[in-house]
Ligand binder design. Sequence first.
Ligand code: SAM
Length: 287
Amino acid sequence: MENPLRYETFKSENPTISSTYSKNAEELVESMSWEEGDIIMDYGCGSGQFMTEYLFPKIPNPRCICGVDISPNMIRFAYENCKNKENIYFAIGDIMDKYQWTFKEKMVSKFVAYLVLCYVQDYRGFISKVYDFLKPGGQVGMLVPFSKAYGIPHQLLSQEKWAQYAEKKELTNHSSFAPWTYAEDIDAPSSIKDSLLSCGFRIDRFTVNDIKLEFPSIRNLCEFLCTITSALSTVPEKFHDDFMEEMIDYVTSNLGSSRGVTTHPGDNNSSVISVEWKFLNFVATKP
Ligand SMILES: C[S@@+](CC[C@H](N)C(=O)[O-])C[C@H]1O[C@@H](n2cnc3c(N)ncnc32)[C@H](O)[C@@H]1O
């Protein structure tokens, strides 16, 4: 994910995405208990919207809120947005790089990762790392999305024509959705719950909601999928249009089947593309 403006535009222009985003953000922030002097880490902070619009106004006098993201573009954008806010800091960092976390172990009192765990292949390892970084009594809150549609860019990139580029670029963890977010045979929410419990977390809130996000066209859905992954950047720029057209063909010929994408009539003879998503919203405390 390298283009903060495109991501923000999708979030604000698509009513189903923006309402799902804000409803879950409000619920997550409300379900966590905030204290003066909190040291808060927002991992995968992206453009900083969750932090500035939902966290910052709710928290009483935090010692600091630190936004970390793997993408320098995202961090630049977030920094510009938050220039005049006190106690907000940003750093570039990879959630999966065990040796380069910005804080020392047992220092963080609140850890949030909003729409980020879906990029982490080893979510068990990650949850255990979060446990180590939290101080006793600290809390973690996350929103984790799942959708069979996340498998669409991967399906295309696994075809011979595109696989050559994906292999050369070596798709890294942060650039793609972890397969457990779209696999049909894995009950990932239950497995996340087991990981939290086996690390020693006490679960304060754990809700899974089925939501249909709507898109004005298959093209718009494909553009969204390419905005929230780096799938397109694995392909040379001169083939981007080609790749997009093939993705649209793939979705069109798989409507109503295993990818959870359907179409129904909208206003003025148009049709609406409806896509199944699942959102896990959880809060857990380190005793
Ligand atoms: C869907 S966006 C969510 C951004 C933000 N939390 C929000 O609510 O808008 C996911 C973010 O996670 C970041 N990300 C993905 N993998 C990461 C990793 N391994 N380490 C740190 N950040 C990562 C991406 O760069 C992107 O900004």
